[in-house]
Design a protein around this ligand. Structure first.
Ligand code: NAD
Length: 239
């Protein structure tokens, strides 16, 4: 039996699948991940990405933060790929109960998924730190220097920067979904960013499936490991 056939078998016998994904889910939409060969970590900047994308850096080097953020983290013309679309279809058909994502690009919602736990927030919400007024991502993209609110306050993306805590209700919802799942499909994540990677340990269901191009520290724990592109694998799944 091929791994694709085994995945089909698992999907057929599952009634409550949860998908847990990372940056690799969006590479087929043209958005680079962090740790692949063509990922953002291989590019050379004055500071490494985890420094630039940290809370400390945001407040101490705000203009440099925004220069990087606008150039690298705002893929506003990207479209959902076959993985996002299949997951939305699986939810519609009652097969999949939730998507838990580390991504901030908003592509699962754009594809039509309704129950999405965005552990690291979203580029599509931005808020003035002084008066709380909200701004769309397009406002940040077309701004220059440091984006400011009409009240003069500093605008901050509602993404979880390194050094910041995850949102409590989002974590609770994600863990609740993972605990109740009979199958957890983990894909496109190096499983090295915590606390998100630790969420896998809350899964107590029947089938743990990993779809990832490179090896991960959790490969040994999975029933099925598929080292292929997640969009290609999921697009062949019949639900
Ligand atoms: P990562 O870069 O650490 O790992 C990505 C993994 O995906 C790699 O192991 C790679 O082998 C695999 N991969 C890449 N393309 C794939 C494909 N088409 N099919 C299957 N596997 C593929 O990403 P991470 O674990 O998500 O951690 C990085 C952090 O930065 C996360 O918080 C992440 O969400 C964030 N980030 C988000 C975006 C985005 O929103 N699109 C982009 C870059 C980074």
């Amino acid at each position: 039996m091929t791994s694709q056939e085994r995945l089909q078998q698992i999907a057929d016998e599952s009634a409550n699948i949860v998908f847990f994904g990372g940056a690799g889910v969006s590479t087929e939409s043209g958005i680079p991940d962090f740790r692949s060969e063509d990922g953002l970590y291989r590019e050379t900047y004055a500071y490494p990405p985890e420094v630039i994308l940290s809370s400390d850096f945001f407040f101490s080097h705000t203009e440099e933060f925004y220069a990087y953020y606008r150039a690298k983290m705002l893929p506003l013309s990207a479209e959902p790929n076959a993985a996002h679309l299949k997951l939305a279809e699986m939810e519609k058909k009652g097969k999949l109960s939730a998507v838990v994502t580390q991504n901030i690009d908003g592509l699962h919602r754009k594809a039509g998924s309704k129950r999405v736990y965005e552990l690291h927030g979203t580029i599509h919400k931005n808020r003035c730190l002084k008066c709380g007024k909200g701004y769309p991502a397009s406002f940040i993209a077309s701004s220059s220097g440091v984006p400011r609110c009409t009240c003069g306050g500093l605008i901050k993306p509602e993404v979880v920067l390194y050094g910041e805590a995850l949102d409590g209700p989002t974590v609770d919802g994600a863990l609740h979904a993972i605990r109740r799942a009979d199958t957890l499909i983990v894909a496109g994540t190096s499983l090295t960013v915590y606390p998100a990677a630790g969420f896998l340990s809350y899964f107590g269901g029947k089938h743990l499936v990993l779809i990832n191009r490179d090896a991960t520290p959790f490969d040994g724990a999975a029933e099925l490991v598929i080292r292929e592109k997640v969009g290609e694998v999921l697009s062949e799944l019949r639900v």
